[in-house]
Design a protein around this ligand. Structure first.
Ligand code: RB5
Length: 168
């Protein structure tokens, strides 16, 4: 498969097709569309929550929307973006069960999947260019969680989620 054209990925379709949900704020519409395109090129199913070009959306709204959908199991992974990736990433991380990695390099993206089992990737449109963003998304989507000793640590993160939600 492969969409063709310069810069397009020509990977074989991975055996596992994941359900991806994608959203941004108004500062990262083009980046979000590029992130979605990489996911489609890798053979995944993508739902794009917007916004449309010219439509203003506060990043906490779409960070939380993606976080809730992934945490609920309606999607396997989320891809989000704002100007820096930070605001929307922080917002997604407020949802229990979400481990959003705010990345601007491929190594961090890889390790966020391998060691942290990150389930949301946040990028900044004012931080990374198109080529680097594509590489980060490709790396993130093709790296699997290693489990093992890392599973216990991710379990501890889940305990933090549970503790934060505990009522007095
Ligand atoms: C919007 O101008 C900008 O603040 C937002 O996209 C993001 O960078 C916040 O973290």
């Amino acid at each position: 498969r492969g969409v063709g054209g310069p810069g397009r990925l020509r990977h074989r379709r991975p055996s596992l097709t994941m359900r991806m949900v994608v959203a941004s704020d108004h500062a990262a519409v083009e980046l979000r569309q590029e992130m979605a395109a990489v996911a489609v090129e890798l053979g995944h199913e993508v739902t794009d929550l917007g916004p449309a070009p010219g439509e203003a959306v506060d990043y906490p709204v779409n960070g939380a929307r993606v976080g809730r959908l992934v945490a609920a199991g309606e999607y396997d992974l989320g891809l989000i973006a704002c100007g820096t990736g930070i605001g929307i990433g922080i917002s997604a991380n407020k949802v229990p069960g979400i481990r959003a990695a705010i990345c601007s390099d491929a190594y961090s993206a890889k390790m966020s999947r391998a060691h942290n089992d990150a389930n949301v990737l946040a990028l900044g449109a004012r931080v990374v260019g198109t080529g680097l963003a594509r590489l980060i998304v490709e790396t993130w989507l093709t790296t699997e969680f290693e489990g093992g000793r890392h599973a216990r640590r991710v379990g501890l993160i889940a305990e933090l989620d549970a503790a934060a939600g505990r009522q007095l």
